[in-house]
Design a protein around this ligand. Structure first.
Ligand code: UT7
Length: 347
């Protein structure tokens, strides 16, 4: 009998957000919104914005460094999920690998918007299963504040910048931390629900005439909300079934955090207590590809995510794209007990 393919096992976690905190009142001072509206409609109180000159790779390096220290494993591959790369070329991962002293490692980016972390986990798990990689540093990082339209109060208030990372190593499917089967899906027919239209090959930045609004992110919030809750709840049922768990066996759900009400809606649709859903959206906002590992690292630091927990990991984003996987949480130590800095940086 041939040996089963190696499973990808979570061996470390780390996170980082840039120091600058932007409160709801800060936003209300420059656009027509209020702390009360943002808090009650999204659950967000503050978020972190990168200063001009700070790029996605800068955040990714900080999160990656902490995940590497947490895992103490030699990695041969670096993957970054992002839709806000430092520039079009080169992509982000080789820069991150070099700065972390991992020059020579395989390094590439994954682009799947707010589903980037789950899609990227699946890609990394595939690399490990195929024997191409023995251990991967996988980072979700975005500086989405750079895409926000200051005239669009609906989307501008929900996003923040940050990075979160895991180290995945080759192991076996029965051990704690082994990633389960993935559910991945897309619906390109609804691509117009979340867009940054300009700057690609269809609508080139140098071409005229160019609508300045196309430089920015645009979203149909209500439709995205409904799809997010529906798709993540569906993925949850599929991956829980593959794991052999009933939904009531699930201890924690860590889902992409676009809006606290979506997190709660997914819990409601699944019949899971809202308290089982991990969230730090109140202090980081929607951090796109970083949101799941940021929530994971924060929950490990606070003791909300503990060894043995049966965890569903769920994502949804533009594309449309969605996905999920299941993992029995392993014993991990954070590299620095003061990290992630998502709480301590807030008043
Ligand atoms: O991460 C990728 C996936 N993203 C998502 O899944 C995002 C999902 N969508 C959402 O989270 C929510 O739809 C938003 C937070 C974006 C918007 O919340 P909503 O409850 O859907 O608000 P809405 O767009 O339906 O607007 C309701 C009202 C409107 O006023 P009227 O027409 O009722 O008078 C808006 O003009 O709220 C108004 N409004 C605001 N008021 C104060 C919209 N944005 C704001 C604001 N401050 N920032």
């Amino acid at each position: 009998m041939t040996d089963p393919a190696p499973a990808a096992v979570i061996a470390g976690v780390g996170a980082w957000v840039p120091p600058r905190v932007v409160t709801n009142d800060d936003l209300a001072a420059r656009m027509d919104t209020s702390d009360e509206w943002i808090r009650t409609r999204t659950g967000i109180r503050s978020r972190h914005f990168a200063e001009p000159g700070t790029a996605t790779s800068d955040l990714a390096v900080e999160a990656g460094r902490r995940a590497l220290a947490s895992a103490d494993v030699h990695v041969d591959t670096v993957v970054v999920a992002t839709i806000t790369p430092d520039q079009q070329l080169p992509h982000t991962a080789p820069l991150v690998a070099e700065r972390l002293g991992l020059g020579g490692a395989a390094a590439f980016d994954v682009s799947a918007a707010c589903s980037g972390f789950v899609y990227g986990l699946a890609v990394c798990a595939g690399l490990i299963a195929a024997g191409t990689s023995r251990a991967v540093l996988f980072i979700g990082a975005d500086t989405f504040s750079t895409t926000l339209n200051p005239d669009d109060r609906t989307s501008a208030v929900i996003f923040g910048d940050g990075a979160g990372a895991v180290v995945l190593r080759a192991g076996n499917a029965a051990e704690p931390g082994a990633l389960g089967t993935f559910d991945l899906g897309s619906d390109g027919g609804q691509w117009e629900l979340a867009t940054i239209r300009g700057g690609g090959s269809r609508q080139r930045l140098a071409a005229a005439p160019f609508d300045p609004a196309d430089e920015y992110f645009a979203m149909e919030g209500k439709a995205m909300f409904k799809q997010a809750a529906l798709r993540m709840a569906d993925s949850a049922r599929i991956v829980a079934k593959h794991a052999g768990w009933r939904i009531e066996d699930v201890d924690r759900i860590v889902s992409h955090q676009a809006n606290l009400r979506i997190v709660e809606q997914v819990a409601y649709e699944l019949g899971v207590p809202a308290a089982h859903c991990l969230s730090n959206i109140d202090s980081v906002g929607n951090t796109v590809a970083a949101s799941i590992p940021l929530a994971m690292a924060d929950a490990v630091a606070k003791g909300d995510l503990r060894p043995g927990h049966r965890v569903l990991v769920l994502a949804f984003g533009g594309g449309l794209t969605w996905g999920g996987t299941a993992v029995r949480w392993p014993s991990l130590r954070l590299a620095d007990p003061t990290l992630p800095n998502t709480r301590s940086a807030n008043p």
